[in-house]
Design a binder for this molecule. Sequence first.
Ligand code: SHN
Ligand code: NAI
Length: 312
Amino acid sequence: MDYFPVFTQLHNKPVLVIGGGEVACRKVDLLLRAGAAITLISPRLHPALQKLASQQKLRWLAESYQPGSLGGYYQVWTTTDDRELNKRIFRDAQQKKIWVNAVDDPAHCDFITPSMIDRSPIQVAISSGGASPVLVRYLREKLETQLAQNLSLLADFAGKQRNRLKLHYDTVDKRRHFWEQFFRLPQVENAQSVEVLEAAFVQLLAQNNQATGTVCVVETGTDVEMLTLKALRLMQQAEMVLYTDEASQAGFIDLCRRDADREACSEENLLQKADALLSQAVRVCILVRKGRTSASLSAFCQQHKGEVLPSL
Ligand SMILES: C[C@@]1(CC(=O)O)c2cc3[nH]c(cc4nc(cc5[nH]c(cc(n2)[C@H]1CCC(=O)O)[C@@](C)(CC(=O)O)[C@@H]5CCC(=O)O)C(CC(=O)O)=C4CCC(=O)O)c(CCC(=O)O)c3CC(=O)O
Ligand SMILES: NC(=O)C1=CN([C@@H]2O[C@H](COP(=O)(O)OP(=O)(O)OC[C@H]3O[C@@H](n4cnc5c(N)ncnc54)[C@H](O)[C@@H]3O)[C@@H](O)[C@H]2O)C=CC1
């Protein structure tokens, strides 16, 4: 990993932009959305930036860069048309331990700008580590068409209900389970209003008061790519993964939810183990080798409305 992705809090933080051309316009637009307190140093100013300065959305210092200009800033963006100057600013900022982005010069950046999809509070940032900004833009355009239009609404709603949910469920596992069910509800996927979300939320809470565990059996062959989408989804939902043969199933175990518990279990003990877990309302996924689902395991699954997903 060449760059480590983070989301930084810039609200009211003093940020310096050097240069006042077209590139500065783009950066200033993003920084304003993040609530930064922007100072811009440049002898000349693009009309759009002049407007922002006159509206006091940024502070403009109509001068050229001086080494003393950097004092007190949290972060610096240098966007001038003088590459040598941008490099010098990078070095000055490094000395002062201030993070700097020299536009279009990754060798002189402490951080680089990703391509962004802003559906606040959901943010998607994509980077190629400088390898291909145009490919990154292309990916962003593709993703934009695929992401639900109501993402902001969903995230806002969920954010506000987290404390309320804690009153109903006392463990992280139970709350996670609730949210996983909630976001899959068709009326939630299509929701356009808070009222629809609230109704779905209340209804699901009522249903879950009689919660039980679930069980599924996924048969593992030799190739994880042959898993069906359904098998993968169930593997991602399980809280406990029982597997019978670590050596041949390692790749499959890896694909289960990262924080699920994993336990080796002999084929003979599977039923007893799964039964105990179900009585504690746990979601169990059992990995058995191709063709090794016993008739009793299959019947157990059916009895608990679970599925056996044979290997392809
Ligand atoms: C390293 C980085 C440093 C930084 O600026 O932070 C950097 C570097 C360079 N960009 C160059 C050129 C172009 N950059 C774009 C577009 C974007 N560039 C952005 C980011 C970054 N660009 C950072 C790494 C991002 C990553 O890979 O993760 C995006 C994502 C965000 C943004 O800029 O806000 C934004 C897309 C936003 C969107 O639409 O979603 C286009 C296309 C266009 O404008 O449509 C072109 C022209 C086509 C071309 O030349 O490829 C050049 C060559 C300059 C030259 O040849 O003179 C360099 C220098 C070099 O590669 O050495
Ligand atoms: N416009 C674009 O979309 C792209 C621009 N670039 C590169 O990014 C750089 C900036 O591009 P633009 O914003 O279009 O240039 P621009 O020419 O519109 O703006 C440059 C700005 O730098 C300021 N400046 C120059 N010397 C300065 C100094 N000593 N102190 C403070 N400010 C100073 C100028 O006053 C001007 O406002 C250029 O190197 C360009 O090659 C790269 C890719 C795309």
